[in-house]
Design a protein around this ligand. Structure first.
Ligand SMILES: C[S@@+](CC[C@H](N)C(=O)[O-])C[C@H]1O[C@@H](n2cnc3c(N)ncnc32)[C@H](O)[C@@H]1O
Length: 168
């Protein structure tokens, strides 16, 4: 399930508070590309998805046996993802959090279309390698993706998707 009209969710008060926009409510192509690029077998793998929005990669990872934590700062995204997981008989943890203050220990980090604002680059460059030894990041052709890619160790693994590993 997803909101029929994401634009109708724009709220000027929420924007005034930390420039919040309801980007979570769109089914972005990068999210689908990331879901398609996931390994077939994720049994027992501890996966975290940052800025999950509708959380298609999280749902697919959970269906493939991963222990999934999906993170977004949009309350409504987290509530809807919990509903969608239940609707599909999947177990995952959906957490309302700002990635600028999120931490944890995982085997694989995921993020799709999260580099659409300059302010997102620095926290994600720092956080992704701290959360997991490997991350799969799906790109959406946003201008700030180049800066991110210059600062991390990345290799392409599928259309739109790069694998990030710690610098050696
Ligand atoms: C362009 S959307 C992409 C959503 C989803 N990953 C996809 O590809 O369909 C960006 C997402 O990042 C979330 N987000 C942005 N800044 C965030 C932050 N500081 N902490 C947590 N989530 C954040 C937004 O709420 C939104 O769901």
């Amino acid at each position: 399930m997803r909101p029929r009209e994401p634009e109708a969710l724009i709220d000027e008060e929420a924007f005034a508070d930390d420039e919040f926009m309801p980007y979570w409510a769109e089914l972005w192509p990068a999210g689908l590309a990331l879901a398609e690029a996931l390994p077939e077998d994720l049994a027992g793998v501890r996966v975290v998805e940052l800025g999950c929005g509708l959380g298609v990669p999280s749902l697919v990872a959970a269906a493939r046996g991963a222990e999934v934590t999906a993170v977004d700062w949009a309350d409504d995204a987290i509530e809807l993802l919990r509903d969608n997981a239940a609707r599909n008989g999947l177990a995952l943890e959906a957490v309302h959090a700002d990635w600028r203050s999120f931490d944890g220990e995982f085997d694989l980090a995921l993020a799709a279309d999260v580099l659409y604002e300059a302010r997102n680059v620095e926290p994600l460059v720092r956080l992704l390698p701290r959360l997991a030894p490997e991350a799969l990041v799906a790109l959406a052709g946003r201008p700030y993706e180049d800066e991110f890619l210059q600062r991390v160790n990345s290799e392409p693994v599928a259309e739109r998707v790069v694998r990030i590993t710690a610098r050696t």
